[in-house]
Design a protein around this ligand. Structure first.
Ligand code: ADP
Ligand code: MG
Length: 701
């Protein structure tokens, strides 16, 4: 019997190059493979190598920058080779490991591979590592590129812990292959010739060069997608939007419009008899994702409303029309507030071309851009800036340091981050006691690196664990690691009802502390007889809470493992009711703010930004006089909002605050560049002592 998937895979452009590709991997320790998106690189190459016997000595590991891509592609490949997912073919992403002893083809996020290198720098379990989607230039992939180059281009290093050479394959969609090749010592580039069909692009008029923060794009993409449905010939539509809530709103609006159609009169192509609307975003349930790839029933036009994930990571067959919103949600380091912020920004021109190209895979297509030519010229950069040059480096710098890369400034980066970003990361690591003044990893830093969490949150968790009260912080860390748990219904009446339930939950935990609310929701739900019903009743996302339960267990396991080692133990001599918040202060003192007027606070990290308590916080309606608060994250719209907030006392942070300022950037850069001599340290410490002396005398006065 024929496996239909196999027939399809033989039609992919990569198939004709199967033999040559295998040989190229055999002949080279480093190889670059490029080819149009959809040519079969991600799904086929690992199978070819597997069948050619590359798994005899070790596994084949394939990294993806995106979690959903790793999961979906593994599902697809398991289906093609007819195995149960998690057996020969499996995946691993943060907090979700679907692999077994039998797994030889392993898809994973780049973050997961980075963690594996920490535990096993020689990657002794692998025979081939494939870094995929390198053109995306995600932070972790960029770091992996440098590490693999550093470890495996040095014969002495490479031999450590390995009895056979590792093959490194770097895959990318066309861009920057020369640069990549010279990075890996002019290694060969294998190009898979692709077929593409012309795509005609038209500019719209809805978004102009002054609309960089426009929120009108949701309505406009809906209008354009609907126009395509009614006036264009059959063929599926792919809409590029920014994030989950925008996508859900667009799907609702489209659905409403589609309901009103009379197919006898309203549509141009009389073979089109219906519209199937499907959302596609990162945190979507996987069974729902599967539908995206299936061909629609006869006569039905499929319309997928997606984030950027559909630009290169996932290929949907049958797409003929693209609607491009021109925007993307991106994590950027905001120097105004000194934090990483998820914001909506215009895409780059190369990104727009990539989006358009998705319509020309199997026949000629059309791309409708909702922005005008002026927006294209004035607001859209040529290329997307690599993540390493625009987000916080704290976590990866700690990883590098733990891997023995002391000089993090001269690490082989494909594109160097700005030195001030590296310095900022070092400063933060020093503030969290993860590195000492010489830039060496401390015992605490070695523990911190084990947690796949933001370093501040890890610091708070470790503080709690050393005081024996990890049960307070583990659930909070888990709740902050999953998607938002509070349901916000669109309908105004329902919204009121949900808000009422949520404030009752906040009040139950004592009120005025969003972290405590998270803890309490976790505990209440966990101890309830019917947790899913409890969630429904309280307008809480059951799926998110279920993940939080699983994440909490995993974090607890990591902690238990670490507690078998040399683990710090401390005694708390303060008021027991303050214990929880004081632990939080240890990790969040870098996010401390002091009241300015009303609900406006001023951050104390040296940036002195004005921030507002977000309406979703239980502190928003508080009349009480709060002078000092800490917060988990920031949301920037027309204002800078802080979310997940909790009041603290000045006495609790007083001793920590000097750490925000005492680090001298000049000194730190020395720390980063070379080992500082003891003499210099002495000088520095004397200076610090003198400064403290001065402060004391000011206090006394
Ligand atoms: P590349 O990595 O070169 O972009 P892929 O290997 O991801 O290409 O995709 C090759 C083909 O496999 C595409 O035509 C795509 O539509 C198909 N494909 C990939 N994943 C799935 C899936 N989950 N379901 C159905 N088809 C899929
Ligand atoms: Mg791919």
């Amino acid at each position: 019997m024929h496996n239909p998937e196999v027939v399809i895979s033989k039609q992919l452009p990569i198939y004709q190059h199967k033999t040559k590709l295998r040989q190229a991997v055999r002949d080279n320790d480093f190889l670059i493979i490029t080819g149009e998106t959809g040519s079969g690189k991600t799904t086929q190459l690992p199978q070819y190598l597997h069948r050619a016997g590359f798994c005899k000595k070790g596994k084949i590991g394939i990294t993806q920058p995106r979690r959903v891509a790793a999961i979906t592609v593994a599902q697809r490949v398991a289906q093609e080779v007819k195995c149960t997912l998690g057996r020969e073919v499996g995946y691993q992403v943060r907090f979700d490991d679907c692999t077994s002893q039998d797994t030889v083809v392993k898809y994973m996020t780049d973050g997961c591979l980075l963690r594996e290198i920490l535990a096993d720098p020689g990657l002794s379990q692998y025979s081939v590592i494939i870094l995929d989607e390198v053109h995306e230039r995600s932070l972790n992939t960029d770091i992996l590129l440098g590490l693999l180059k550093k470890i495996f281009s040095n014969p002495d290093e490479a031999k450590k812990g390995r009895s056979f050479p590792l093959k490194v394959v770097v895959m990318s969609a066309t861009l920057e292959t020369e640069k990549l090749s010279s990075f890996f010592g002019n290694c060969p580039v294998f190009t898979i010739p692709g077929r593409t069909f012309p795509v005609s692009c038209t500019f719209g008029s809805a978004i102009g060069h002054k609309d960089t923060e426009s929120s009108g794009y949701v309505k406009e993409v809906v209008k354009v997608a609907f126009d395509i449905h009614t006036s264009e010939m059959a063929g599926d539509i792919l809409v590029f939007l920014t994030g989950q809530s925008e996508i859900e709103r667009a799907c609702d609006l489209l659905f409403e419009k589609a309901e009103s159609i009379d197919y006898r009169y309203d549509v141009h192509d009389q073979t089109v008899e219906g519209l199937l609307i499907l959302p596609l975003y990162g945190s979507m349930p996987t069974d729902q994702q599967r539908q995206i790839f299936q061909p629609p029933p006869p006569g039905i036009r499929k319309c997928v409303v997606a984030t950027n994930i559909a630009a290169t990571s996932l290929t949907i067959n049958g797409i003929k029309y693209i609607v491009d919103s021109g925007f993307v949600k991106q994590l950027n380091h905001n120097s105004r507030v000194g934090l990483d912020i998820l914001e909506v920004v215009p895409i780059s021109k190369s990104e727009a071309q990539q989006r358009a190209g998705r319509a020309g895979r199997t026949s000629a297509g059309k791309c409708f851009r909702i922005y005008n030519k002026e927006f294209w010229e004035k607001c859209m950069p040529e290329y997307t800036i690599p993540e390493i040059q625009r987000t916080s480096l704290t976590a990866v710098i700690l990883t590098l340091k733990c891997l023995g890369v002391h000089d993090v400034i001269r690490f082989p980066y494909l594109d160097c981050p700005e030195e001030r970003f590296i310095l900022e990361a070092l400063k933060q690591l020093y503030q969290f006691d993860a590195i000492d003044r010489r830039g060496r990893v401390t015992q605490l830093g070695e523990l911190m690196v084990e947690f796949p969490l933001h370093p501040g949150l890890t610091r708070a968790l470790l503080k709690a664990a050393s005081l024996g009260c990890q049960d307070l912080l583990l659930p909070v860390a888990a709740m902050l690691s999953v998607e938002n748990i509070f349901i916000r219904p669109g309908h105004p009446d329902k919204q009121k009802e949900a808000e009422k339930k949520h404030s009752a939950l906040a009040a139950k935990s004592g009120g005025m502390n969003d972290f405590a609310t998270l803890l309490s929701v976790f505990q209440l739900c966990k101890s309830s007889d019917k947790p899913s019903a409890w969630c429904k009743d309280h307008w809480i996302h059951w799926r998110a809470l279920k993940s939080a339960f699983s994440v909490e267990t995993q974090l607890r396991d990591i902690l238990l493992r670490l507690q078998q080692r040399d683990f710090p133990v401390e005694v708390f001599d303060g008021n027991k009711s303050e214990l929880f918040r004081r632990c939080l202060c240890t990790g969040y003192f870098t996010n401390v703010a002091r009241r300015s007027v009303g609900k406006v606070f001023c951050t104390m990290d040296g940036h002195g930004s004005m921030v507002h308590v977000h309406p979703s916080s239980s502190l928003f309606d508080q009349e009480a006089e709060l002078d000092w608060i800490i917060f988990h994250d920031v949301l920037v719209t027309s204002r800078v909002y802080i979310r997940t907030v909790c009041p603290v006392r000045y006495e609790w942070v007083k001793d920590l605050l000097p750490k925000l300022h005492e680090v001298d950037v000049y000194e730190l850069s020395n720390v980063a560049r070379e080992e500082v001599t003891d003499e210099e340290i002495m000088k520095w410490e004397n200076k610090e002592a003198a400064k403290r002396q001065q402060e004391v005398s000011v206090d006394d006065a």
